[in-house]
Design a binder for this molecule. Sequence first.
Ligand SMILES: [Zn+2]
Length: 229
Amino acid sequence: MENAHPVKLYPRSDDSALGLMALPVKLKPGPYTITVKSAGGETALSAHFTVVDAHFEIQDIHPTKAMKELKPLPGEDDKVAALLATESAKGYWTEPFVDPVPTCMTSSFGVERYYDGKATGNIHRGLDLRSPEGRPVKATTGGVVQIARMFRRHGGTIGLDHGEGVTSLYLHLSRVAVREGTVVRKGTVVGYVGSTGFATGPHLHWSIYVHGQAVNPLQWTPEMKPCAE
Ligand SMILES: [Zn+2]
């Protein structure tokens, strides 16, 4: 597994360095090793850790024919892939993050998606937050608006670059409220909840990525709870 997941370190104001190591959802449970290297490439430190089985569940959803036939707009997938690959040196994010919509979640992170009882191989790479249409959606932390588009498959989409390899996505918006290139603060309204694109009803799909790997937003906003139904 040498260099399987290289983690870039970013300098902090107190002369320390911070590197966030995100592990893929499908990483096999078991023992792993992390190695810290000096600028010259020598091993400065090495430690072992164990990945435990997270027991992600299965969720069966029932897409309509129109949803199944939705194709991305030309460039849609490239624009999202470019956001996830962004490694801006300037960090805009500060903890704690805020919930984009103050509500509960109807679908959790990492669940395996089935369509009409059939496995798709798709993993849910974010949280679905319950909300009526039109509620304001807030930036979870500071960042630069890299995507503010009405896409076809993702629907109304905001993509934020928080710097240092941290990015976030807000999907299915009824409309976007900011322009690409704008710097936003934590809590700035970036759009409004909708049911555009691949959605069975109004809700917010919210993802956080670290170095391109989807991570569980609950690690950043632990007060978000599942909806009681
Ligand atoms: Zn979702």
